[in-house]
Design a protein around this ligand. Structure first.
Ligand code: 6R9
Length: 670
């Protein structure tokens, strides 16, 4: 998060109260709800949970032995049953669940009854391939209905899914498959992105070739088809007899009778990997009852979901937003939703707006990085489409700059749609800080208040809780902490309880530490100000500086590397890397060999982690600026990468180092 953005966030004072007509029809419009929920959190959350369908009631609402919390103890339910079967059983089987657009323009719709059939067959196919309750299944698939079916099929039979975003490399996929000990990988021949095919099966083959003893089978959905005249050539990978099976061979032949496994409220629903500051991804664990309660409640109130809505969350199911606000939250509420596979620029830069126009989308949930890109492309694209069906807009992934918020409101929302800026994390499972669109006066750049039943505070660096009611109109700045357990909180890190304790519960004992800086203003509104640790938010996705540094030093030419997130107009942060080459590989960074080396290192990182981690800039240096105690001065690297005057360099072991980097920056920028 850039300093400029933080400055503008902190001087923002516009307020947009909900319109009377919106408030009148909103699912929740009584401001008393905050106090009522806080007065008895257990009863409040139990009331939400009781709206789900349980196979066995719970006997105890919650039990906290921090850092572990359990919710709805003794209860049994199935997440797929709540997201699919329940709607069919209650007479909503003919309601459309998915309107799925592929990037090439194909549109398929599925009713809830049809989803039940597909998911049941797939559940039986997974069982036939040896998956049993408690196993992990890795899903490496295009964004589309089949990925949702696969998640739901796992939930149905009691296996935990671990979805890996289709943009990750073979190496990242391999790391996640082996860490989770996945029994099966479900993938596709390819997925469409920017008119090209991402060869998912080929990448899966490469991941498995690195050794994955837990994997006994690969199920392959045919999304792209044989290379032919109308599809570009791509590598669909080799066929491994005995390991690989086509979806259409195995799934279509199965019975559509596949009972939902009764799951304990605390049984694992899924693992989802997220970046950690030590570089190794963390397998965040979510369980069944509390998670489903949290996403069900927040989806209903934050997005004001109605039976008549056409909801569209643009996130890929490879990220938590796709788990909580494509699959589990919206589907537990029985919505009709749009799914889109590909790029927002294909065939033209109006694709999102055409989708909204075509399907009469009423609720749009997207990310600031996308909004900034649309702003840069220009208003003509949304302006030539009919966006009058929209009634609510949402934002997630990183702080939204007030300019982007105002543009979103005016150009996309026609100045009539409330904007919900939702702060949460993979770890929190559900939205934590957010406006309620029928109640909250929204402020451009503020996520406003903790959701009813969620308790937050600010801490200082020394670990003291700050007084948020100081009466100071300027407000209070500090580090965000969550003070009470909530149903959808993570239940740990897969295979690493120590790291769980260390990462989230040791900074402020007894309180959850999310790692975000925050300000609370005089009205009690929360302004999230970006990470306080070594996590970068690149296009809203978490990438750790360590992860990229480790990838760089794994290259034979690199002796040392330091990575920072630098301010970027569209991505929020872009990756800049400073590398020291081994003596045997030294080159002049400005020579053709130096340029080739830089290009090679960028491609290397993309191959190691995935294209999202490709550094924008790599600076080759003879040394890195370090303090006398040997700590890399990231602040100075940030100054260099962002082209600023250098701050204080007097504490450096060798001030010349950063001067030479600065010269390199100036030469590069011309
Ligand atoms: C849902 C998701 C979590 C981190 C989080 C914070 C940033 C997300 C935000 C936001 C300000 C918002 N973040 N939403 N910052 N305002 N509305 O993005 O999960 O990928 O785990 O990222 O993203 O820094 O700590 P995840």
């Amino acid at each position: 998060m850039s300093h400029d953005t933080i400055d503008t966030l902190l001087t923002e004072d516009r307020v947009f109260p909900p319109s009377e007509s919106f408030a009148a029809q909103a699912n929740v419009n009584d401001p008393e709800i905050y106090a009522r929920a806080a007065a008895d959190r257990q009863a409040y959350w139990a009331n939400w949970a009781s709206q789900l369908r349980w196979m066995e009631p719970w006997h105890t609402v919650s039990d906290w032995q921090l850092p572990y919390a359990k919710w709805f103890i003794g209860g049994r339910l199935n997440a797929c049953d709540n997201c699919v079967d329940r709607h069919v059983d209650e007479g909503r089987g003919d309601k459309v669940a998915f309107i799925a657009e592929g990037e090439p323009g194909d549109v398929r719709t599925f009713t809830y009854a049809e989803v039940k059939t597909h998911v049941s067959r797939l559940g039986n196919a997974l069982k036939a391939m040896g998956v049993a309750k408690g196993d992990r299944v890795c899903l490496y698939m295009p964004m589309g209905p089949e990925l949702c079916f696969a998640m739901l099929a796992c939930a149905r039979i009691g296996a935990a899914h671990s979805v890996v975003f289709g943009g990750f490399s073979a190496e990242s996929l391999h790391e996640r498959i082996t860490d989770a000990g996945a029994k099966l990988v479900v993938t596709a021949d390819g997925s469409w992105r920017n008119g090209k095919v991402v060869p998912l099966k080929e990448i899966t083959d490469a991941a498995l070739a690195k050794g994955a003893p837990s994997v006994t089978g690969v199920l392959v959905y045919e999304r792209v088809g044989e290379p032919s005249g109308n599809v570009p050539d791509y590598n669909r990978g080799a066929w491994h007899e005995g390991r690989d099976q086509w979806w259409h061979d195995v799934v279509d032949a199965q019975s559509d009778d596949c009972p939902c496994e009764p799951m304990d409220a605390e049984d694992l629903l899924y693992i989802l990997y997220t970046s950690g500051s030590t570089g190794k991804p963390k397998g965040i664990m979510h369980t069944t009852g509390g998670y489903l309660t949290g996403v069900y409640a927040t989806a209903q109130w934050v997005f004001d979901l109605k039976d008549s809505d056409i909801y569209w969350c643009t996130a890929d199911c490879g990220w938590v937003t796709g788990h909580s606000y494509v699959v589990y939250g919206p589907m537990a509420n029985g919505v009709t939703q749009v799914l889109y596979e590909g790029s927002p620029a294909v065939p033209d830069k109006d694709r999102f707006w055409r989708i909204i126009e075509r399907h009469r989308v009423t609720i749009l949930y997207t990310a600031p990085t996308a909004i900034r890109m649309f702003m840069q492309w220009g208003e003509e694209y949304p302006n030539r489409c009919d966006l009058s069906s929209l009634r609510l807009l949402g934002s997630v992934g990183e702080p939204i700059n007030p300019e982007a918020w105002m543009w979103y409101r005016r150009v996309i929302g026609g100045e009539r749609c409330p904007i919900v800026d939702t702060w949460w994390q993979t770890e929190t499972g559900a939205i934590m800080i957010t406006p309620l669109p029928g109640i909250s006066g929204t402020k451009p750049g503020s996520a406003t208040r903790p959701f009813p039943g969620v308790a937050a505070t600010l801490m200082n660096e020394e670990g003291q809780e700050l007084n948020l009611d100081s009466g100071d109109p300027e407000g209070t700045g500090g580090i965000l902490a969550l003070t009470e357990p909530w149903p959808s909180m993570l239940r740990g890190i897969w295979g690493d309880p120590e790291r769980y304790q260390q990462t989230y519960w040791s900074r402020f004992p007894g309180k959850y530490f999310p790692g975000d800086g925050c300000k609370v203003d005089g009205d009690g509104s929360y302004w999230l100000l970006g990470r306080v640790d070594d996590i970068m938010l690149v296009s809203g996705h978490n990438i750790s500086t360590m992860e990229v540094e480790s990838a760089l030093v794994a290259h034979e030419a690199v002796a040392e590397a330091a990575v920072i997130g630098k301010q970027h107009a569209i991505k929020g942060q872009a990756i800049a890397a400073f590398v020291i080459l081994r003596a045997s590989h030294r080159v002049d960074p400005t020579s053709p060999e130096g340029e080739a080396r830089i290009a090679e290192l960028k491609a290397w990182v993309a191959a190691k982690i995935g294209a999202i981690a490709r550094p924008d800039d790599i600076y080759i240096s003879a040394d890195l600026p370090k303090t006398r105690s040997g700590k890399i001065m990231r602040r100075l690297l940030r100054d260099v990468a962002e082209g600023r005057a250098l701050g204080d360099t007097t504490t450096l072991a060798d001030p010349n180092v950063v001067a030479s980097l600065k010269t390199q920056y100036e030469e590069k920028e011309g």
